[in-house]
Design a protein around this ligand. Structure first.
Ligand code: ADP
Length: 452
């Protein structure tokens, strides 16, 4: 117990006892005791009043008549108050630091509450989004009205971002991303990506132009090489050289064709009227036949598990490219006598196309990058098998254009599973297909009813 407090207890106790003793001496015990207690109460009231006054104005020292314990208490309160002030100053400094960092960012940052009302924003938000101080408290969807943003905001699928033209200048493209934090709070981060988009468009144009320009000279060269190869009585050395030239010109032709296809997939957006009925079972049957020929002496066991009545709406040439790339990859990356399963069916979530193989498999660190253009796990093996490194990039883009997505599961040395998921509303039912002699003939088969 602090010394000041002990002294105070002794003082009030002493006064009470003194009152009692005086009462005894005067023969009025109760009157003496009451006087003592009355004095004690008055003393305490006086001390409490002093304490209250001192708490209101802590800069003035507490009355010395209030006793040492009040000074003790004062010291403690003063220390606690000073520590509290230091903590507050530290927090303020930290908050200011964070604010300065947020202000230094070129991106607009807007804090929103659970009802999408603006809680605050940094200075770039004024320029990027035209926000003003008076907008604080307003719902953000009253101020940013672009449909793509509204769908994104209310869709709550914030793992992805969205790109929308700025409302004051449609030539400016803004990338918007929402990050949830705290309890129901969100941060809207907006970045001007006009420059990046322009660079990307330039790159796409460049690749498309170069590929286009290369196409004609390559065709001419390949034609001459083929003519020379057909010449009778070629010297064996020359025949070998010409055969290699032919092989390489074929490879270049495939790369150019894939690049052209990829740039078309990237630069054009599909419209509803480009979607037509596609007889998928017929298409897959033809692709499986070609895969058998590719497999040739390697004797892969190709198993088809295809719903013969299930077709879909889509872009036939693009889908043909998607299915072929996955099936031919399975042939390329599965050692002789391996098993390749091709599956096509509908489930509760939509349409599913799967290619599973018992091939070389892919290590997990490569899987996220496989759909990048020219990304190959083993460049030598890919080239040796006639790969261009563009197949899975094409697959990804075709799927995106059909509202689908790709899933890859693989175990190194055991095999891989490539799964394409299409939305259920693309499904159609056709009459079962009799094995076609030609895929284009079968494409004409009418598709009848929509699967509900
Ligand atoms: P490529 O023309 O090289 O096959 P792709 O884009 O089609 O290019 O595939 C990219 C890479 O993914 C391939 O080089 C290969 O390393 C890997 N890959 C694709 N499919 C398979 C598969 N079925 N099994 C093992 N690896 C595969």
């Amino acid at each position: 117990m602090p010394g000041g407090l002990r002294a105070e207890i002794l003082l009030v106790g002493g006064v009470a006892v003194l009152g009692l003793v005086l009462g005894l001496l005067a023969g009025h015990v109760w009157a003496g005791l009451s006087l003592g207690l009355g004095l004690v109460v008055m003393r305490l009231l006086w001390v409490v009043t002093r304490l209250a006054r001192w708490l209101e104005r802590p800069e003035t020292p507490p009355s010395r008549y209030a006793g040492g314990w009040l000074a003790d208490l004062g010291q403690r309160l003063r220390r606690a108050r000073a520590a509290q002030r230091r903590r507050e100053r530290r927090w303020l400094r930290l908050i200011r630091e964070y604010r300065r960092a947020a202000d230094a960012l070129p991106d607009a940052i807007v804090a929103l509450d659970a009802d999408n009302r603006i809680l605050g924003f940094n200075p770039p938000s004024r320029q990027q989004l035209g926000l003003r101080q008076r907008d604080i408290g307003l719902p953000i969807d009253h101020l940013i009205r672009q449909p793509a943003f509204l769908d994104y905001l209310h869709g709550e699928d914030w793992a992805r971002d969205v790109e929308v033209p700025a409302s004051d200048d449609p030539g400016r493209i803004l990338n918007m991303h929402i990050f949830p934090y705290g309890q129901g709070r969100r941060l809207l981060v907006v970045r001007d990506v006009t420059h990046l988009q322009r660079l990307q468009a330039m790159r796409q144009d460049f690749v498309a132009n170069v590929s286009h320009e290369l196409r004609t000279p390559l065709t001419v060269l390949a034609g001459y090489i083929e003519t020379l190869l057909d010449t009778e009585e070629l010297a064996p050395d020359l025949a070998r050289i010409l055969a290699q030239m032919h092989q390489q010109s074929e490879r270049m032709r495939r790369i150019v064709e894939d690049l052209l296809l990829l740039s078309r997939l990237e630069t054009t957006s599909p419209s509803e009227d480009q979607f037509e009925p596609v007889n998928v079972p017929a298409m897959l049957s033809t692709i499986a036949d070609v895969a058998e020929q590719l497999s040739a002496s390697e004797h892969h066991h190709i198993v088809q598990n295809i719903d013969p009545t299930l077709s879909m709406r889509g872009m036939p040439r693009e889908l043909d490219s998607l299915f072929s790339n996955l099936v031919f990859n399975a042939v390329k990356y599965t050692p002789a006598n391996g098993m390749i399963s091709i599956r096509w069916f509908a489930d509760a979530h939509g349409l599913v196309f799967e290619v599973e193989d018992t091939g070389i498999g892919i290590a997990p660190e490569h899987i996220p990058r496989l759909t990048e253009r020219f990304y190959r796990v083993d460049v030598g093996r890919s080239r040796a098998r006639g790969g261009t490194g563009l197949g899975l990039a094409i697959v990804k883009h075709v799927l995106l254009r059909h509202g689908g997505r790709l899933e890859i599961e693989s175990t190194l040395g055991k095999g891989s599973l490539f799964r394409c998921l299409f939305p259920a509303n693309l499904a159609m039912r056709t009459a079962p297909v009799i094995k076609p002699s030609s895929f284009f003939h079968e494409l004409d088969t009418p598709c009848r009813e929509h699967v509900p």
